[in-house]
Every structure is written in C-alpha cells, then in structure tokens.
Design a protein around this ligand. Sequence first.
Ligand code: FPP
Length: 263
Amino acid sequence: MDIKKIPRVFLKRFSPARKESRLLKAVLKGPVPLHIAIIMDGNGRWAKRRGLPRQFGHKAGIDTIRNVVKWADEIGVKILTLYAFSTENWRRPRLEVDFLMRLPVDYLETELEKLLKNNIKLQVFGETDGLPDHTREAVCEATEKTAKNSGLVLNLAFNYGSRAEILKAVREIAQKVAEGVLSPEGVDEEEFCRHLYTGGLPDPDLMIRPSGELRISNFLLWQMAYAEFWFSNTLWPDFSRREFLQAVLDYQQRDRRFGGIKF
Ligand code: FPP
C-alpha cells in the first residue's frame, strides 16, 4: 500500500506521539508506583551491535538516565532507584571499569544544576569508600548539594551489592547487641530496614529490567520482596518513554495481594 494515499488525519491518530499521549493519559488515571527500581542493562550489546566499543553503550545509557528521571517525575513517581554499578562489575576489564567510574563525574557535571532546579534529591547506595577519589567526590558533592530537595528521590546504586548491604546491616545490628544498646528481641524488620541503604524509604513497587535478562542480579533482594517485575528485550540505551509508560500501565493492572486474599 502506498503510504501517501492514507489520509493524514488517520496517520496522525496512529502516530507514536499520539500513542504515547494516550498511554500517559491512561497511566495518570491509575495509582502511580511510589518507588520504581531499574536495572539498566544492555549497554554493551547496544554498542556491539553498532560495531562500537562497549563504552559507547554506557555513554548512550546516560542519555536514557536523563530521560527516565524526567519521565518518572512527570507521572509523579516519588523514588527512582537505578542500578548503575554492582560490586561484581569490578570484574570487568580495567579500561571499562575506569570509564564507568568517570560516568557519574560527567553526568553530574552537566546534570547537577538541573537536579537542583527540579528539586531532585540524589542519594547513592553502595560502598562509596571503595570508589576512586574523583567518583566519590562527585557523588558526595551532589548528594550534599541536593540533600534538602523535597521532590523526586533519585538513588544511584553504585558499587552496590544487595548481599553486601544485608551483611553490613547484620554487622551493625550485631554490634549494637554486643554493646547492649539493642536486645536480640528488638531485632525486627523495622530495625533491620534502618540499616539498609534504603533507610526509611518505602520498598520498590515496580522493578524494570530491559535487555532480555530475567534475573535480579543481587539488586535490592530484601526490599523487592513484593515488587512487581517487568522485563523487556530493549537494550537500555534504546529504552523509550513509551516503554516506561507501558511498564507502569502493566503494573497498574497487576493484582497486588501481599500474601493476602481479596474478597
Ligand atoms: C549494564 O550493561 C550496565 C552497566 C554495568 C552500567 C550502567 C551504567 C550506566 C547506564 C551509566 C551510569 C551512570 C551514572 C551517572 C551513574 P552491560 O554493560 O552489562 O551490557 P551487556 O549486558 O549488553 O554487556
């Protein structure tokens, strides 16, 4: 069929922009997840498919970060947690690790002003002490400068591993018990949560993982006990607003029972 023969009005109705605006309308009618967690995956494959070094994929992934922060804020998400560098990622080639360690510096150089302007509070989950000076200084400066912001909370999980986080909590609690500040009976879920990086934040409602991998890779194991999972085959640099909205819409159609039943 010759596309030129299709009336313009008809084409417009089915255009991607129209589809997105319909999705947005639908999403805004339902309960928006308070906390979304995302495993940003597929940067390496994205670059490889283009015959480029893996670093190009990570760089392109930064643009998606900029966008997803905007899309989350736009629909009223309160907390966005992005898995950017895991404790296991140190096993990658030195060149790639060095590049990944520069990314927060570059991102914050261009983005800090925008975070401040948009009232976004940046936090880092993970062992910041284990980061090179330039990376640690950049993230610490940004967390301090945005600490008083009251809008979207943007958590970057960087040098993060959930098992390490759980062990850290256990060690801190054991110390309290040993010092007699806390009794073994006082070790309940609330106390435990206080020692996680997520601190007083509510657990993620929705976890998104693009790139076709169907696992959670040591990410927020305790906190995702009741999260809804959403997977897609898109590689992170190609992750779009339409897909983000679709994930939220699908989430809204899930029946969350938290182990109970509905009458
Ligand atoms: C996984 O893709 C991605 C990462 C290990 C790094 C993700 C980091 C960013 C998107 C940027 C971080 C930026 C800031 C500001 C903290 P992969 O490399 O494992 O992809 P593959 O599975 O295709 O190889």
